[in-house]
Design a protein around this ligand. Structure first.
Ligand code: ZN
Length: 302
């Protein structure tokens, strides 16, 4: 297990729910698709770093740090005896080319250089370490994790690890001797404490309850083609089966993420889930899992 685990961001979760219940505008659809792809790549990367000897390395996944009022993100960090290894993980797919310090997609569209990205975060990280009075050498790398990624005219002298080199890189790292001392744990704890969370709501499109398509989503493939026989939910897209109770509770959490101030009532969940025919069943499940509060004539759940 990593010293700091990666969790899905609320932003990604909300985008995913919105994508199921409305048609995202094209700009937001692009942001959502990049988030989903990036997260997938990071999870792929985590599976590789999981294989590192935890008595020799500390792994901190997904740090959002701030120094001198500038925030920067490190997808994954590995602390060894000698080095601090920030890892910039890229899940690019398809053909790209490199030309005089710039990265391009094959159609000549330039993309932000991952090398510039690590240069920037290295500088900020160094400042942060200085402030916290920690000195450890920083060795950043860009990791391209997608096996379907090709970089033409790839430079030989840059800190880039290509998909075909991932296993070798980590096998060699794992074979090195590394003795962790108190100061390594101290540094890890400082970074975990410094980790910030951004508001998940800044890049989302505007949305409101009335405009959203109602229906209970499949917990696995997110399709709205779900039916209920009273006890279980069946997804007609992927065949996944879930208990009605789990599905309803998941839907409640979705609504609360979309609308943090929403008041949960039986009628609201009945309308939102759409496929549950019995209001009684919804009331029973809400009562069992939440605290029932009364305001005048109606009951809501917290
Ligand atoms: Zn499904």
């Amino acid at each position: 297990m990593a010293y700091k685990e990666r969790v899905e961001s609320d932003e990604l979760k909300i985008f995913r729910i919105l994508n199921n219940h409305m048609t995202l505008p094209s700009k937001e659809k692009q942001i959502y698709s990049n988030l989903e792809k990036g997260y997938k790549g990071e999870v792929m990367f985590d599976q590789i770093t999981e294989g590192l000897d935890k008595s020799k390395f500390l792994i901190l996944n997904d740090l959002l740090l701030e120094t001198n009022s500038t925030t920067f993100q490190i997808d994954s960090s590995i602390i060894s005896q000698e080095n601090f290894l920030p890892c910039e993980v890229k899940n690019f797919e398809g053909d790209y080319y490199y030309k005089s310090d710039h990265f391009y997609v094959m159609n000549d569209n330039e993309i932000q250089s991952p090398l510039d990205q690590i240069k920037r975060s290295d500088t900020l990280l160094r400042q942060l370490f200085q402030k916290k009075k920690h000195s450890i050498s920083i060795k950043s790398n860009v990791f391209f994790v997608n096996p379907a990624f090709t970089l033409y005219q790839a430079p030989l002298d840059k800190p880039i690890i290509y998909p075909t080199q991932l296993n070798k890189f980590f096998d060699e790292l794992n074979a090195k001797s590394s003795i962790l001392k108190d100061n390594h744990y101290e540094l890890a704890n400082i970074l975990v404490k410094e980790h910030k969370t951004l508001s998940p709501y800044t890049r989302l499109p505007p949305y409101n309850y009335a405009q959203l398509k109602k229906g209970l989503c499949c917990g696995l493939c997110h399709s709205l083609k779900v039916s209920s026989d009273g006890t279980i939910l069946v997804c007609h897209s992927c065949g996944c089966v879930e208990s009605v109770e789990d599905g309803i509770l998941r839907s409640v959490r979705e609504l609360q993420l979309l609308f943090p101030n929403i008041i949960i009532t039986t009628n609201l969940i009945f309308e939102w889930c759409k496929v549950i025919e019995s209001r009684k069943q919804i009331r029973r499940i809400l009562k069992k899992n939440y605290e029932a509060c009364r305001r005048g004539k109606y009951t809501y759940y917290e």
